[in-house]
Design a protein. Structure first.
Length: 140
């Protein structure tokens, strides 16, 4: 129960290493993005397992992250304001990094995902619609 911080570190190292190995073979060009993923899975030694470790490692990272935050809420760690605020900043930075990693390979699915995720902001009362339009630079 107390080792979620260590598991977060292991998941982060796994994400960085597998992401670097995937980036060595990935091309973000719209014409060759899918074929580069196919190349990684079929032609690169253990490329398929690196890809799946990266995808499932991201889910595991966020599961550990939310359990870590949940444990902190349960045990009242929010009373340590400096530590808690640093954790909140790290949580938002992690979520922003994950969002950018999802959106940067700019294909149709990531465009759809970016639209869905940013349109969740429209649920914020009074400013939600304006916030979505500001992020996209126009109507979305």
């Amino acid at each position: 129960w107390w080792n979620f911080g260590s598991l977060l570190g292991v998941c982060l190292i796994l994400q960085i290493l597998t992401g670097l190995f995937l980036a060595m073979h990935y091309t973000s060009d719209t014409a060759t993005a899918f074929s580069s993923v196919t190349h990684i899975c079929r032609d690169v030694n253990y490329g398929w397992i690196i890809r799946y470790m990266h995808a499932n490692g991201a889910s595991m990272f966020f599961i550990c992250l939310f359990l870590h935050v949940g444990r902190g809420l349960y045990y009242g760690s929010y009373v340590f304001m400096e530590t808690w605020n640093i954790g909140i900043v790290l949580l938002f930075a992690t979520m922003a990094t994950a969002f950018m990693g999802y959106v940067l390979p700019w294909g149709q699915m990531s465009f759809w995902g970016a639209t869905v995720i940013t349109n969740l902001l429209s649920a914020i009362p009074y400013i939600g619609t304006d916030l979505v339009e500001w992020i996209w630079g126009g109507f979305s």
